[in-house]
Design a protein around this ligand. Structure first.
Ligand code: ZN
Length: 320
């Protein structure tokens, strides 16, 4: 009689083979899954990086749209009502004194003298040379809050700013909000890099700073007190502004509008720190500057560069 294979008892040899093949199948399945997981992991990592890049690009676009103008101006009006009050950062519990150049103390009264500080942010740019020419022709000294560049043209402009008697201040090396406000370490590294660049170019160690977006910017995820503290530690004074020209807004004003923007505020204060820009393509600033200077002088105001002894205009300071 014929017996089917399955019917008879397997020999130990056959059993060992079967167990072996089940083991192999398990191992292959396991390896297969590991491989699939690994591939998925790699693909996801690549995806995360590309998304991160996109987020950075979008952030940069948003930042360049915000610039200093809109952010600062809006914040002044809200902080005006808060003047004298303390604000506490919800996470770090840093207490700020909210103050600004729009306080009652700084209101112009009949008989007061007026001081105007013209400040140029974001340069050196294409128009910085022309701006320096206009200032020279008018015998006016200003303050330049510069960003970092190793380009020979930038080095020459840093030098011209200093040689022609203006004040050179810092406005961050990269001007990338996400980068500089990302961590205390990143902020400090950026600050040091710019300070070194300026010192190497001009021999001057800068002692003034303007926060990109202002000291009360809402872009920084980190408490601004961290950075304010860092500047304090290094003996660097930061300056915000209380008058904006609006020369870097998306809807660029005309020359007359720009001059009016500034003069409407300058008349109100004893001390005005005017925010202007000399970054990329600031043709409007060049065009408006001569009339702006003459209007300010007609008002009898003195145009001065910021120095270490100038009383700072600051939106927020650390409470004692
Ligand atoms: Zn800026």
């Amino acid at each position: 009689m014929t017996k089917k294979n399955g019917g008879r008892r397997r020999s130990p040899e056959e059993r060992r083979k079967r167990v072996q093949s089940i083991k192999l199948a398990l191992i292959y399945t396991l390896l297969g899954w590991m491989l699939i997981t690994l591939i998925a992991l790699v693909l996801l990592t690549v995806k995360v990086f590309s998304l991160q890049k996109q987020v950075n690009r979008i952030t940069e676009v948003v930042e360049s749209t915000i610039r200093e103008n809109s952010g600062g101006k809006q914040d002044i009006s809200t902080s005006e009502t808060d003047t004298g009050n303390a604000k506490t950062h919800p996470e770090t519990e840093t207490t700020y004194k909210v103050q600004n150049g729009m306080s009652e103390e700084n209101r112009y009264q009949e008989g007061d003298s007026r001081k105007v500080y013209l400040t140029f942010d974001d340069g050196p740019g294409e128009k910085t040379g022309e701006i320096l020419d206009i200032l020279k022709e008018n015998g006016v000294k200003a303050t330049f809050f510069v960003v970092g560049s190793e380009a020979p043209e930038a080095t020459t402009l840093y030098q011209r700013i200093v040689e022609e008697g203006h004040t050179i201040g810092m406005h961050s090396y990269s001007h990338k909000f996400t980068e500089i406000y990302g961590s205390e370490k990143a902020f400090t590294a950026d600050l040091q890099k710019l300070s070194d660049t300026i010192r190497e170019a001009t021999g001057v160690t800068p002692s003034l700073y303007r926060f990109p977006g202002g000291s009360n910017n809402r872009v920084s995820n980190l408490d601004m007190g961290v950075f304010i503290h860092k500047l304090d530690e290094k003996g660097i004074t930061y300056f915000d502004w209380n008058v904006t020209a609006g020369d870097a807004t998306v809807s660029e004003p005309g020359v007359e509008e720009l001059v009016e923007n500034v003069m409407a505020d300058v008349v109100k204060y004893k001390t005005s720190v005017v925010l202007l820009h000399d970054g990329e393509d600031q043709e409007i600033t060049v065009e408006a500057l001569p009339s702006l200077i003459s209007e300010i002088q007609k008002l009898g105001a003195e145009i001065l560069p910021i120095t270490d002894s100038t009383d700072p205009i600051q939106y927020v300071t650390l409470a004692d």
